[in-house]
Design a protein around this ligand. Sequence first.
Ligand code: IPM
Ligand code: MN
Length: 365
Amino acid sequence: MPLNLASIPGDGIGPEVVDQSFRVLDAAAKAAGMSYQKTDFPFSAAHYIKTGKVLDDNDIVALRGFDAIMLGAVGGQPNDPRLAGGVIEKGILLKLRFDMDQYINLRPVKLYPGIETPLKNKTDKEIDFVCVRENTEDLYCGLGGIMRKGTPHEVANQTMVSTRHGVERCVRYAFETARTRKLAGYRGHLTLVHKTNVLNFAGDTWLRTFNEVAGEYNDIETDYHHVDACCMFMVAKPEVYDVVVVPNMFGDIITDLGAAIAGGMGIASSGNLNPDGTGPSMFEPVHGSAPDIAGENKANPIAAIDSMGLLCREVGRIKNDDAAVKAGELIGAAVQKVTPTFAGKNLDRSGLGCDAIGQLVIDAL
Ligand code: IPM
Ligand code: MN
């Protein structure tokens, strides 16, 4: 059965980088004997401005039938009042993550060949870990409210939600990731990142769950870091990390730092995973829509192409599609053959066209 892919190119540079990711997929699929079909969806800030529509329940039903979703970027011009209050983020991105139960946000932090890190004396030996960010709970639930709004006695609260079920499935996924990586020669080490010294309720659920599950994984070494210390380690000693498991909000913050130490947002890939396969997983470059260079063939599609590799490997595993896994491995290897092209250059302003970079990856397959 061909993999059934939905594509949401979105806004700004989204369409051009997603185009390149599918061109690369075509070539990799051919080489690996994988087959797929693709359906495009228009969801984006531009579509919302035109139609007043983000995603409704019928769209969710339609998207649920797919094996995976490739997303470029959604978001308009910064500070556009028509998009205030996170309507696009909540109405498209977070809605998909929540409704499709994509409870893992997988964000590799790996320094690729030729890519420059801002960290002095750190190489690909030291910067090579993966963040497992919980993706459906925490401050992202949108629980809370404002009382007496606009008065001197205004009260705002926003609730951090951690359920045993949600925490445990994420922690288990992280232990499994550490185990899989160990088979591939990594240390078999997992760090929980939280702020248990202040968040004594949510942190307690996380830490107890982590320690209990650790008892089932005697082959995995564990550690715990407060999130502030984690930021320091990521800059000063990133080699302490192999796999990091982290709640949603802290995970959002530290994975931007992770992208920065691995060369920048222009190269960061990610997967929003529903590992149980009860809904499609979604893959996206971490970068935004970069409206300033949209349509100028200047965007670097590497993060989108690498996310496509991740899509093939992860969804291939979830769906037992070996040819897709193979295609994903080919794409991942080709990306790392191409990144030395950017040595000494600004990744996002390399002077190479979006299509030319896509072609470099195709040639390296
Ligand atoms: C990310 C983004 C989103 C998040 C925003 C756009 C809602 O920053 O994917 O990291 O906070 O998760
Ligand atoms: Mn973010």
